[in-house]
Design a protein around this ligand. Structure first.
Ligand code: GLN
Ligand code: ZN
Length: 770
């Protein structure tokens, strides 16, 4: 099949859904609160789609997508599209014949109702976006509800724009699903035969409505897939392509290279491929060259990074596009993935230093980059020479900026030796020194750090920001909270106390605000899930710690009690994972800088008399590269940065770390290599399964498997916690076990915190007195 035109087009796969000022979020939350009705919400959504369409068109995007809008999540939308609605949500909202009924059933799937728990939520590949996991069992029957993609296509056509509907492809949809019944030998991918006919039907309907192209996203193919799955991919796309009355099919992949899936898609009878050419995915270029290109296809080239915030290097991207011209029937210019993952518009942040603003590119700026590159590709470099010039000088200003490269930081990183990555003595000796100094009972009890973030705390922070509360008054409010949290823990009888983290808005932002090299934005909101938006800090330059960050709070808490108070820090990997990371040096180099800053804090805490210091790394596993071939290198720098941060202390200072996920087979060795004296882990929901994993792997240090699933206010009884502890002590030496909840308590309320911690202490007492 020859593409109809060889002229390049500018396109994107999706745009931030929320509109300016997080309008969609506010409207949905008003609907949930009963302040606006379904018609009002649907009207706002329509208006936002109209505005986005106009924005994309006015920016010069030639082929505009549709169906990227979502009230909550695009994977949930796909489950709805295919009628894969769990029974409990059908029962919870039995009537979905009205617009309100449809919205309510949809939101019930996302958020649950009183008696119907929501669908599970998990991370979308290695981004910070979360999707709802489709529940598909052997008995799942699908029915097509094409209303949304058809309506959004028609709506745009009314505005005079023939869009390219974007859908999650059938293979990725099934690979992202889970079988909640856990039926033996069944995997959701076995349902392909039931799903493909619905996609065929959908393609037919979209064609009838006037769609010329449709985009099927198959990001799951950038993860390692066995040959039989790749075989299914080939069969699936052959089946879809066999439908004569369909639009042309563009299969899109992003976030990494396609690897073995590339030749499979290249030989599939579809008209277009969309590939990522940024970061690790740049290897797609070699992959394409190796198979002689896709001469019979339209290639959509994701050369503008869709998930970071940096201005593209236009000359470099033009070079890539030029090479690609020889490898495909036609080449279009795009962002590497949906622009959903970046904030809306740099120009909204009017307080930004204009020089720094010039280095940045959010969704709106990326549209301009894509359109410029399309012009450069079709009309030649001369046609865009001014823009190229401006771009080059901005990149040069970034490269030369004293904010970006700080000689003192670089010298310090360069001087790091292997000895800096090691504690003075091995764990066996450290633990003796720590036991002598801390004198803790068997099965010491502790918590993970945060105590409930009460309405008063949030009010105090808002008042400080608004200038209604001065620094001193704010500080006193925090001290009062610390007093009450310490007293609470003494009353309950915990062994190692925490200060409760009342002063922290967020475990990354709090440190980002105090480290140089981190930049905070006012309007850089990005969707995390549903109506939850976050403003990740941007790591612009070399990182250093101008002054202690937590010492005052920790020492104040310690001054109130005889029992040890744990200092509490966020680890280097997590600091990077929940920020936008610079693209001008390897992530591992940035992690080392953060690690050195944290090392200073750890040493200062020790010097101030803090005997136990916890460095949290909850994001260590979620940032694992998508391709297993890349994982060893990642874990190398991740572990090294943790060790660099924590190895500056004496033997008798106890280092803790914390991670919150229950399955950590992939990082077990890394956990051992981190050599923290104690690790606390999420374990309650998996019935302490992690403890046996640790024992099997020969984990030599101490561990605190969580005995309370803090995701719910449910109070586990003493017996239940005793049961967890028996399971744990059966698999792992009791003298190396700690007792603690799964994670921090900031999202919980005091009633359940008091009740559960009291039960936790009582249960521990029962095991001790055996
Ligand atoms: N110390 C943090 C807290 O307790 C850890 C949070 C986390 O693991 N996500 O809140
Ligand atoms: Zn946690």
């Amino acid at each position: 099949m020859t593409p109809t035109s060889t002229a390049s087009r500018a396109t994107v796969y999706g745009y931030p859904r929320q509109g300016a000022d997080r309008r969609l979020k506010k409207s949905i939350e008003s609907y949930w609160a009963g302040r606006v009705d379904a018609d009002a919400l649907l009207g706002t959504a329509r208006e936002l789609r109209r505005q986005n369409l106009a924005e994309l068109r006015d920016a010069g995007i030639d082929e505009i997508p549709s169906n990227y809008f979502s009230f909550y999540d695009h994977v949930l939308d796909t489950a709805w599209l295919l009628g894969a609605i769990p029974e409990r949500h059908l029962a919870a909202v039995p009537d979905a014949t009205t617009p309100a009924g449809r919205l309510d059933r949809y939101f019930a799937m996302a958020r649950g109702t009183a008696d119907a728990p929501p669908m599970e939520m998990t991370k979308w590949f290695d981004t910070n976006y979360h999707y709802l996991v489709p529940e598909l069992g052997p008995d799942t029957r699908f029915t097509l509800d094409a209303g949304k993609p058809l309506a959004e296509f028609a709506e745009a056509l009314d505005q005079g724009v023939r869009t390219r509907p974007v859908l999650v492809g059938p293979v990725s949809f099934l690979l992202l699903a889970k079988d909640p019944t856990g039926a033996d030998g069944f995997r959701p991918l076995d349902l392909l035969d039931r799903v493909v006919p619905l996609y065929v039907d959908l393609l037919r309907q979209l064609r009838a409505a006037g769609a010329e192209w449709v985009q099927l996203d198959e990001p799951a193919l950038v993860t390692d897939q066995p040959a039989d799955v790749l075989g299914k991919v080939a069969e699936t796309y052959a089946a879809l392509a066999a439908e004569p009355a369909r639009p042309k099919i563009l299969v899109a992949s992003y976030f990494d290279r396609l690897g073995d899936a590339l030749p499979v898609l290249a030989s599939a009878p579809v008209e277009g491929l969309a590939l990522d050419f940024t970061g690790n995915a740049a290897a797609n270029l070699d992959g394409l060259a190796k198979i002689g290109g896709v001469q019979d296809k339209r290639l959509v080239a994701g050369v503008v990074n869709g998930r970071n915030v940096w201005a593209v290097d236009l000359a470099d991207a033009l070079g890539t596009l030029g090479t690609l011209l020889g490898l495909a029937g036609s080449v279009d210019v795009a962002a590497s993935c949906s622009l959903l993952h970046v904030p809306l518009d740099v120009t909204l942040d009017t307080d930004l230093d204009p020089e720094i603003a010039g280095w940045l590119s959010f969704a709106r700026q990326k549209l301009d980059e894509i359109v410029t590159l399309r012009r450069g590709l079709t009309e030649g470099r001369n046609a865009i020479s001014n823009t190229l010039h401006v771009n080059a000088s901005r990149l040069a200003s970034r490269a030369a900026s004293p904010i970006v490269k700080v000689p003192a930081v670089r010298e310090r990183v360069a001087a790091v030796t292997d000895a800096d990555l090691h504690r003075t003595s091995p764990y066996g000796e450290r633990t003796k020194a720590q036991r002598d100094r801390l004198r803790l009972p068997e099965l010491p009890t502790t918590t993970i750090g945060s105590f409930p973030q009460t309405a008063e705390l949030r009010k105090a922070r808002a008042a400080l920001r608004a200038g209604r509360l001065d620094q001193d008054a704010y500080r006193e409010a925090m001290r009062a909270e610390i007093r009450s949290v310490v007293a609470e823990q003494e009353r309950i009888g915990l062994d190692v106390l925490v200060h409760g983290e009342p002063e922290r808005n967020d475990m990354v932002q709090y440190f980002g605000e105090q480290l140089t090299g981190f930049l905070a934005t006012q309007h850089g909101w990005v969707q995390s899930y549903g109506t939850r938006y976050v403003r990740p800090p941007i790591i612009v330059g070399d990182v250093a710690r101008p002054a202690p960050m937590t010492v005052e709070w920790a020492t104040y808490a310690q001054s109130l009690t005889e029992r040890p108070v744990k200092g509490m820090l966020t680890g280097p990997v997590t600091m990077l994972a929940w920020s936008f990371v610079r693209d001008d040096q390897p992530a591992g180099d940035t992690a080392r800088q953060v690690a050195l800053a944290l090392r200073d804090e750890v040493v200062d805490l020790e010097a101030a008399g803090i005997k136990v210091i916890q460095v949290d790394e909850p994001a260590l596993r979620e940032t694992l590269p998508l391709r297993t071939a890349d994982r060893a290198a990642y874990l190398d720098w991740a572990v090294a940065s943790f060790r660099l941060a924590t190895s500056g202390v004496r033997d008798d200072t106890q280092v803790h770390t914390h991670m919150c996920y229950a399955e950590f087979g992939d990082v077990l060795q890394a956990i051992i290599d981190m050599d923290a004296d104690v690790i606390s882990l999420e374990a309650a929901r998996s019935n302490m399964a992690v403890v046996a994993d640790l024992a099997r792997a020969g984990y030599p240090n101490e561990a605190g498997p969580g005995v309370w699933d803090i995701h719910s206010p449910r109070v586990p009884s003493v017996e239940e916690i005793v049961g967890h502890l028996r399971t744990a002590t059966a698999a792992f030496p009791a003298e190396r076990l700690w007792v603690n909840p799964d994670c921090g308590l900031k999202t919980r309320g005091y009633p359940e915190v008091r009740a559960t911690l009291a039960n936790l202490v009582a249960a521990t007492g029962r095991l001790r007195s055996r």
